[in-house]
Design a protein around this ligand. Structure first.
Ligand code: AMP
Length: 178
């Protein structure tokens, strides 16, 4: 994988959405066709032989590469969305955020016990949102569940990998230490 190309094209926005946060803006990767191809090729290398039948993308930046990858894998794509957005029956998980709580939903008919699932999001920070989606996906009883992020933040106070635990099968394309 051409890590340099991806690092050169990832935009950092200091103090967004609040002071002290270094926001990794993946829109500058998504707008560049060479970066899309690079990420997609690497994701295919990682997952083409895993028998994945459903890719679950986490709203909203997880939808972009998640849906493209699903098509390449010949898998279906499932949206994990903020509350109140999905129109049919849903299963819901609530999780703690830095301040207060948040929830995430998946349609009840979106995943079956026959599925092999890959959950995808753009970025791993604390791991809170991914753990909630992972636990929610387990309620559907899939054969196996894989987890992928485009970017892993490894900074002081962020222990996302540890938080998610060693039992999860996680890959990340880029690891950032600042
Ligand atoms: P977390 O649940 O703490 O792992 O946060 C992950 C979610 O929040 C992902 O969906 C990211 O899109 C978003 N996020 C958290 N921190 C950042 C950051 N520094 N830059 C960009 N996105 C972030």
């Amino acid at each position: 994988m051409n890590t340099e190309l991806l690092l050169e094209n990832l935009r950092n926005i200091p103090d967004f959405p609040k002071p002290g946060i270094q926001f990794k803006d993946v829109s500058t990767l998504f707008k560049n066709p060479a970066c899309i191809r690079e990420m997609l090729d690497e994701l295919l290398r990682l997952y083409a032989d895993k028998g994945i039948t459903k890719v679950v993308g986490i709203e909203s930046r997880g939808f972009v590469m998640g849906a493209m990858l699903a098509e390449k894998l010949g898998a279906g794509f499932v949206m994990a969305r903020k509350p109140g957005k999905l129109p049919a029956d849903t299963r819901q998980a609530t999780y703690k955020k830095e301040y207060g709580t948040d929830s995430i939903e998946i349609h009840t008919d979106a995943i079956t016990p026959d599925d092999v699932v890959l959950i995808h999001d753009d970025l791993l920070a604390t791991g809170g949102s991914m753990l909630a989606v992972y636990n929610l996906v387990q309620e559907f009883g899939p054969k196996q569940t894989y987890v992928n992020f485009l970017i892993e933040l490894k900074m002081e106070g962020l222990e996302g990998r540890k938080f998610l635990g060693e039992k999860l099968d996680i890959t990340t394309l880029l690891t950032l230490e600042e």
